[in-house]
Ligand binder design. Structure first.
Ligand code: PLP
Length: 400
């Protein structure tokens, strides 16, 4: 008999964390490792944001804040949503949380009854299905093949909806593929949603500013405002402002939902860090130069890495329009044999082979729900990316 509850026994540790752990273990053993697992910007948090945090400490912003976050932060979030997304939210429709991750988890926790279904287009961010399971819901993953740009089609959405569907999770640009919905694609999905009023929509907009195609990321609600009463907007400062460690995310949506999240927070984690809230407000209100500068750097890395990967026989990657990953098709390596005589039967084998033979750490497509692929993060220096690609090329060439 386990003393751990069934709902927790159903979930597994994050596969990207496990891959990073294995890479670190090999590094400790003295192996040279190129880590292309990381899902966070390699930049420092911009100086004006760090200074705002230091000033907040000196001013005594070191106490509990309002559960939903300080008025200053929520005003900064409201201003951001209006300025950048054309969405208007009142103070009682916004809640700050310890990262977007906790906003998503809380939203699921306050809405899912046992066995309620959550539609998750695959490839998906690894945490979605496990969060649903932790809240006793049922993840309904829908495979969105590369031929459809890794995007959910209206017909697929229609087919996946049942009377038990509570949420559709949309992440655009997506981790791991960078897939980004156009306004037209949103309109078509919204038409399906109009027919199914029980379905709420969570939009995870965490990568909205990391775009390589010069396009602004449209918002579902700007295209389909009628969905506002059943949409929860999720975002945060982690990726846009290189603030992963500060742990500030937020949700904006109907007041009853936000109120329920507030109540759950008040009886669980409490408010998110006061100092980080001041930093996040400065990030949202201050100069946005860092965003364009960092995106320009990501784009150089993306272009360089794409060229190197697409030169390797057996691998293929189409240019991701956003986020900072390449989702690389490795079907051409499946079925081949390593110099040690092991056959590569699936992408997990390819990833293990890359790590053990050349010390390159990436994450297998199985973790994201669509195989045979692996995810490579470009949130690291060009030199590291070039070294990683050279090693991947060497490993691929050694296969028979
Ligand atoms: N959503 C997606 C798609 C992500 O990739 C991540 C981080 O990897 C998050 C949410 C979590 O962001 P945060 O650091 O704000 O919790």
């Amino acid at each position: 008999l386990s003393r751990i509850a069934a709902r927790v026994r159903r979930i597994k540790p994050s596969p990207s964390t496990s891959a990073a752990d294995r890479a670190n273990e090999l590094r400790r053993q003295g192996k040279s490792i190129v880590n292309l697992v990381v899902g966070e910007p390699d930049f420092d948090t911009p100086p004006h944001i760090r200074q705002a945090a230091a000033a907040a400490i000196e001013k005594g912003a070191t106490r509990y804040t309002l559960m939903a976050g300080t008025v200053e932060l929520r005003q900064a979030i409201a201003a951001k949503l209006e300025r950048e997304n054309g969405l208007r939210y009142a103070m009682n429709e916004i809640i700050a949380t310890s990262g977007a991750k906790s906003a998503i988890y809380n939203a699921l926790a306050v809405t899912l009854e046992p066995d309620d279904e959550v539609i998750i287009p695959a490839p998906y961010w690894v945490s979605y299905p496990d969060m649903v399971l932790a809240c006793e819901g049922t993840p309904v993953t829908v495979a969105c093949p590369e031929a459809n740009g890794f995007k959910l089609t209206p017909a697929q959405l229609e087919a996946a909806i049942t009377p038990r569907t509570r949420w559709l999770l949309i992440n655009s640009p997506s981790n791991p593929t960078g897939a980004s919905y156009t306004a037209g694609e949103y309109r078509a999905l919204a038409e399906v949603l109009q027919r199914h009023r029980q379905v709420m929509v969570m939009t995870d907009d965490i990568y909205e500013h990391i775009r390589f195609d010069g396009q602004a990321t449209p918002h579902l609600l700007a295209v389909a405002p009628a969905l506002r009463e059943r949409t929860l907007v999720i975002n945060g400062v982690s990726k846009t402002y290189a603030m992963t460690g500060w742990r500030i995310g937020y949700a904006a949506g109907p007041a009853d939902l936000v109120q329920a999240m507030d109540t759950l927070l008040s009886q669980s984690t409490g408010n998110c860090c006061s100092v980080s809230q001041a930093a996040a407000a400065a990030a949202l209100d201050g100069s946005q130069d860092f965003v364009a500068e960092s995106v320009a750097i990501y784009k150089q890395r993306r272009d360089r890495t794409l060229a190197l990967i697409n030169d390797i026989p057996g691998l293929h990657c189409s240019p991701p329009p956003g986020a900072f990953y390449l989702y690389i098709h490795c079907g051409g390596l499946i079925g081949k044999t390593t110099p040690e005589g092991k056959r590569l039967d699936q992408d997990g084998d390819v990833v293990m082979y890359l790590l053990e033979s050349e010390g390159v750490a990436v994450v297998a497509g199985t973790a994201y729900g669509l195989s045979p692929y692996f995810r490579l993060s470009i949130a690291t220096s060009i030199e590291t990316l070039e070294e990683g690609c050279a090693r991947i090329a060497r490993a691929a060439a050694a296969l028979r």
